[in-house]
Write a protein of this length. Sequence first.
Length: 226
Amino acid sequence: MAAGTILIADDEARMRKLISDFMKKEGYSVIEAADGKKALELFHSYGQNLSLIILDVMMPGYDGWTVCREIRKISRIPIIMLTARAEEPDELFGFDLGADEYVTKPFSPLILVARVQALLRRTGNDELPVKNIDGLEIDKNRRTVSIDGERIELSLKEFELLYYLAENYGIAVSREQILNSVWNYDYFGDARTVDTHIKRLRDKLGSKEYLIQTIRGLGYRLEVKS
């Protein structure tokens, strides 16, 4: 099961890959932005499906300060700032804007992972009950699903299937994994059961059916097409 989705915004491709590789090893899904403008676009697109944001301070277009300030106008999502400057006034400025953590480059990727995990535990953001993916909103507690604000009706198994895919956002899951997780480990049915439910789910999602992608020879993945 995915540990959550993290947005990494840094203009250095090497740095994004380094952080991304370590986060993925811990089970996190990762989306990346090479500048502040793209970071804001991804934040607005993925919304509550994001668990945490890692922001580099110095980026082209909008810098990390600007991105943090804009996000804090509407969200309390955990934010970790990255910077090559270790001066106290900069750190205080970041905290004033609403940053939760401040990490100075160069840093140990393992330490960054530990900070991410600690921050998610502290904020309770390691499991979000409401997921919003490109206009598809799934509320675990209320067991409701809406598309662009309009409620749709799903059966219990359809809801559990959709939420399982959302929990594993960006990760391809096999039919066997879906059977074990949604129908529980005592279920020994035909894997075609999954295909049947996926078809019904896509029909009910209508304009958002594209979110459920078929992975040939394996299973399915829920993701916004880039």
